[in-house]
Design a protein around this ligand. Sequence first.
Ligand code: MN
Length: 239
Amino acid sequence: MATLFVSDLHLEDGRPDSSRLFLEFLAGPAREADALYILGDLFEYWIGDDAISPTAAEVAGALSALSQCDVPIHFMHGNRDFLLGERYAEQARMQLLPEQLVVELHGTPTLLLHGDTLCTDDVEYQAFRRQSRDPAWQAAVLNMSVEERLQMARSAREASSEHMATVSMEIMDVNEEAVLKTFQDAGVQRMIHGHTHRPAFHRHRLPDGTEGERVVLSDWYQGGSYLEVSDSGINPVEL
Ligand code: MN
C-alpha cells in the first residue's frame, strides 16, 4: 500500500483538462492508496464555501466517492485556497490539516507543508500571508458579497502574476535558512511540500550533521502527477 501526495493542481472552470485528469486519478490509482494527502492549491482560487464553482462541486463529489472507498483524504491549505473551510471539507469528506504536520510515513517521520512558509525572501508575499491568515481579515472577506469576493480574487491573481513577473526566480524559491530551521523545529529528516512548482529531491546538510531530504511536488499545469510513498521508497508518478 502506498500513501499518495498531490499539490498545486490549481483547478478552475477554465482548465477542464486538469480537472478531468484529477477525476481520473481519484477514480483510478487513488483507489489503491492507503491515504491521499492534498498539500495545498487544489484550486486556483477560493472565495468561500458558500460560492463554489461547478468544478469544485464536481471535485467534492469525486473526493467523497474516494473517501467512501475507505481512502482517507487529508487537505492542507495553499496560498490560493486558504479560505477553504469545514463546510466544503465535509462535502468532500476530507479532513482539514493544520499548516504543518509530522506524519509517520512507512517508518519515516515526515513533515508535510504547502511550502510557502519556506519562501521567506519574498517579503511582500509573507506580509500578505500574515494578513490573510488573520481570522478577523478572513471573516471580513467572507462577509463581502460574492461579486465583491470574485473581484477581489481576480485582482489578487493579477497582482500575483505581476509580482511573479518582476521578482527573481531565487526570491520565489525556498530560503535555505528557512528550510534548515523548519527541519530543526519539526525534528525530522524528511519533508514533502509543493508551492514552488519545481519538483525535485533535495538533500540538505542539517545543523546536527545529519542529512535532510526535501521532496518537492509537481504542479498540474502540464499534465498531472502524484508522489507515491511506500515501503519500497518514494516515487513520482506521471499521469
Ligand atoms: Mn502555492
